[in-house]
Ligand binder design. Structure first.
Ligand code: SF4
Ligand code: SF4
Length: 482
């Protein structure tokens, strides 16, 4: 095992961290999981290869098939099947799985990350430039992919799925081929999905903990065996860990061990887990842009704005607004009766960005208010640090928003259990309610860490509750749209 001391040591400290019988049981489960993956981790490459082939089939086959008839189902037509797998299974389940198994998707299943690393082993191994390691890079990458997905119609057209996901795969391989030395620069710095999974993995039940921790907090280092460049001895946060198990050697004195924990624990004590302002801003921006991606399809206001803007352009004599642009930038499918014009393109991009700015401003305002009130009644730290800590309270509500809003097809399976649209709406509403309550609970626990007395904690908690309710209200059409 690279660089790990293989001297035998007493049982790992994970038992004492769990506390009591439950902690000991979790410790025992964690040891079994570790033992399994340490034995089989070399074979994970076969899983990656299989996933790569499945991924290719889902992306590359549907564009060459005839369009499905009106009454086609995922069982009767492969294009419908591929669409359902992407949006009804893969998308929601990857996000939900983070709560139970952390970023296991990334380390064990994702063909994109694996292909990037595979290319890296054969590639140029150039130093990772600053434009890649800049904290804003994955945010920009997320915004581009999310907005492009809407303008090309990624949910409706197989060609668009192939473009967006195939393009992301190609970028992952290219970045892997050129940059980094036996590392996953793409996964650490650029992947739009990885950033989301990283934030939500802080809520998850899985953590890899150094056996011998060095103080000083997380840093990114290209030395060492971690593919996502975590300085293993200083690891505090979960977000970059893709659960590859390479740093785990149960019999060794060094390395990391797997610890199972109560979901939400890391966010409650976020000050001990390397809180990051860029991550909080991303949480706000990502929630806003995803909301915009849903609302433009449902809000009558969007149509009115489109009409007004279109007329204004025509009044100016700018007739190009009524023509369509290139197919890689917008949906141009006359045979399916969907042709976007430049007007649609500008409207979708502008509307999504506007939703992003508005929601980000509202969530930031509520968080500033909470941080300010916290200080007034005894909260510690400075305003900026309290802001960052309290920003994390929105993680659960942001996650359920994304799952319901963009992965709503998952709930359609409940029709087989006899539920109609209203019943499914109630299930989604209940699910959303859990996320909302969890957000409020996290806010309460974060305030406790800020030494805000319990008797007055409701005061700074109020803006957080307001922010979560706001997100819920904005996603309301998605919850009951069936
Ligand atoms: S970070 Fe992105 S590319 Fe890397 S393994 Fe995770 S989802 Fe896949
Ligand atoms: S911390 Fe360990 S398990 Fe996590 S990505 Fe790095 S090497 Fe893999």
């Amino acid at each position: 095992m690279h660089g790990l001391d293989s001297t035998r040591i007493p049982p790992s400290p994970r038992d004492s961290m769990g506390g009591g019988k439950a902690g000991s049981r979790l410790g025992s489960v964690a040891r079994k999981v570790e033992a399994f993956f340490v034995v089989y981790r070399e074979h994970v490459a076969w899983v990656h290869a299989l996933m790569f082939l499945c991924f290719l089939a889902l992306l590359a086959v549907p564009p060459f098939l005839p369009d499905p008839p009106e009454n086609a189902t995922p069982i009767s037509h492969f294009t419908e099947f591929a669409n359902y797998v992407m949006w009804g299974v893969w998308f929601p389940l990857v996000f939900l799985s983070v709560i139970f198994t952390g970023r296991s998707w990334c380390g064990l299943l994702c063909p994109m990350g694996a292909a990037s690393e595979w290319a890296n082993r054969r590639g140029l191994k150039r130093a990772i430039p600053r434009w890649i390691s800049w904290q804003g890079t994955p945010i920009v990458s997320f915004l581009i992919v999310t907005i492009l997905g809407q303008t090309v119609g990624v949910r409706d057209h197989p060609e668009a799925i192939a473009e967006v996901f195939g393009g992301t795969m190609a970028a992952a391989i290219l970045i892997g081929y050129v940059y980094g030395r036996n590392k996953r620069a793409w996964c650490r710095h650029m992947c739009p999905i990885g950033l989301l999974l990283g934030v939500f993995s802080r809520l998850g039940a899985v953590q890899f903990v150094p056996k011998n921790k060095t103080a000083g907090g997380d840093v990114c280092t290209e030395k060492g065996l971690c593919p996502t460049m975590i300085d293993l001895k200083r690891k505090e946060e979960s977000r970059h860990c893709i659960e590859c198990f390479r740093c785990v050697a149960p019999e060794a004195r060094g390395g990391l061990f797997l610890r199972l924990r109560r979901p939400g624990e890391e966010v409650e004590a976020i000050r001990r887990h390397h809180p990051n302002p860029a991550e909080v801003w991303f949480l706000f921006l990502g929630t806003g842009v995803a909301l915009g991606g849903f609302l433009w399809l449902t809000l009558p206001l969007y149509e009115r704005l489109r009409q007004t803007l279109g007329e204004w352009f025509l009044d100016q004599g700018w007739y190009w607004i009524g023509t369509s642009g290139p197919g890689w930038l917008m949906a141009v499918y006359p045979e399916r009766r969907e042709v976007f014009m430049w007007l649609d393109f500008l409207m979708i991009v502008g509307f999504m960005l506007a939703c992003m700015v508005v929601l980000t401003a509202l969530l930031a305002l509520t968080t500033v208010a909470a941080a300010w009130l916290s200080e007034k009644i005894g909260g510690d730290l400075d305003l900026r640090k309290r802001f960052v800590e309290l920003g994390y309270q929105y993680a659960p509500v942001a996650m359920v928003s994304l799952v319901i809003g963009l992965g709503g097809e998952m709930f359609e399976i409940l029709r087989f259990a006899g539920l109609d649209g209203t019943g499914i709406g109630y299930v989604k509403g209940g699910f959303f309610g859990v996320g909302l309550l969890w957000s409020v609970f996290l806010g309460y626990r974060i305030l406790a860490r800020q030494s805000v007395p319990a008797s007055r904690r409701w005061l700074p908690l109020g803006p957080g509750v307001l922010g979560s309710l706001l997100v819920a209200a904005l996603w309301w059409p998605a919850i009951f749209a069936s």
